[in-house]
Design a protein around this ligand. Structure first.
Ligand SMILES: [Zn+2]
Length: 295
């Protein structure tokens, strides 16, 4: 059946005259007549209206095979296309940020977002956002800006640390130099020299610790926290036994104290000795802004 025949069929099924239909569609009845005679074809908009009046689909109106048995079709005949669908663009996704539909795969950007950073006993939780190219560029720009700000902040913090690494060690050095000279003048030459050497070591040690980008602080802490583990005490529950317990406990406490003082001194000497050689590198790293041991 042709489009015209279909229109006629549905119109009569609805009990409408050509005039009735033309009024409903706001066209002349001649127009309806021409459609039904396949002289002209109605517009897509009119087809849509007609399908709603007839209670059928546009497909039904355009259907050319209806009521036609295969025997009756002339196989030589080229089928005519009455209507070509305007293919609606397939919407592939919605942009997470601007909520606009995305139609092409090139415009799809999948971005991994960390919703919870990795921590004790759990790995990082992430989600994936689909964003359009313009929002993708915005996000990249924002991330770059953030990185730039952090970098600037880091460089600034290094500078502050560098200034502190000059001020406090110099202050300490000045004090030890004064004390050393006073001691030497008072005739205590050995004590004066030890103070000066110690002050010199302390200068580098403190500077390294403040610069923070080296192992000096760690070496010191590791050695200074050395301790001894005292064994349990077996005693009898009488006066002698309790005195024995108190004696052993006090002795243990004194021993622990001596050990920790010695460990601190030893830790200082070792880490300061290393620190003298490390200092130029630590200062160089700080000036170059090498990211290391950032806390
Ligand atoms: Zn977007």
């Amino acid at each position: 059946m042709t489009l015209g025949q279909n229109i006629k069929k549905y119109r009569t099924q609805k009990g409408l005259s050509q005039n009735d239909l033309s009024e409903k569609l706001n066209v002349t009845y001649q127009a309806v007549s021409r459609w039904e005679n396949d002289q002209v074809e109605p517009s897509v908009d009119t087809l849509r209206k007609m399908s709603s009046i007839f209670g059928c689909s546009i497909d039904d109106l355009l259907s050319v095979t209806d009521d036609v048995t295969p025997k009756e079709t002339n196989e030589q005949e080229t089928p005519t296309v009455h209507y070509v669908y305007q293919e609606t663009k397939a919407q592939l996704a919605l942009c997470h940020d601007c909520n606009k539909p995305i139609y092409t795969s090139e415009d799809i950007h999948r971005m991994k977002v960390v919703t919870r950073p990795a921590g004790r006993g759990h790995s990082a939780e992430t989600r994936e956002d689909i964003v359009c190219t313009s929002c993708y560029n915005k996000r990249v720009k924002a991330a770059q800006d953030k990185m730039k700000r952090e970098q600037d902040e880091y460089i600034r913090s290094l500078k502050v640390r560098r200034i502190h690494s000059f001020i406090w060690p110099l202050l300490a050095l000045a004090i030890t130099v004064i004390v050393g000279i006073v001691l030497i003048n008072k005739g205590q030459k050995d004590a004066g020299i030890y103070t000066l050497v110690g002050g010199g070591l302390f200068y580098f040690w403190l500077a390294d610790v403040i610069l923070y980008n080296n192992c000096v602080g760690d070496v010191f802490i590791n050695i200074a926290t050395w301790s001894i583990k005292l064994p349990g005490v077996i005693f009898t529950l009488d006066l002698d036994g309790i005195f024995f317990l108190i004696f052993v406990k006090v002795l243990g406490a004194i021993l622990s104290f001596i050990v920790s003082v010695l460990a601190t001194i030893f830790g200082f000497i070792i880490s300061a000795a290393i620190g003298v050689f490390i200092y130029p590198f630590a200062l160089g790293k700080n000036i170059k802004g090498t990211p290391d041991q950032l806390n």
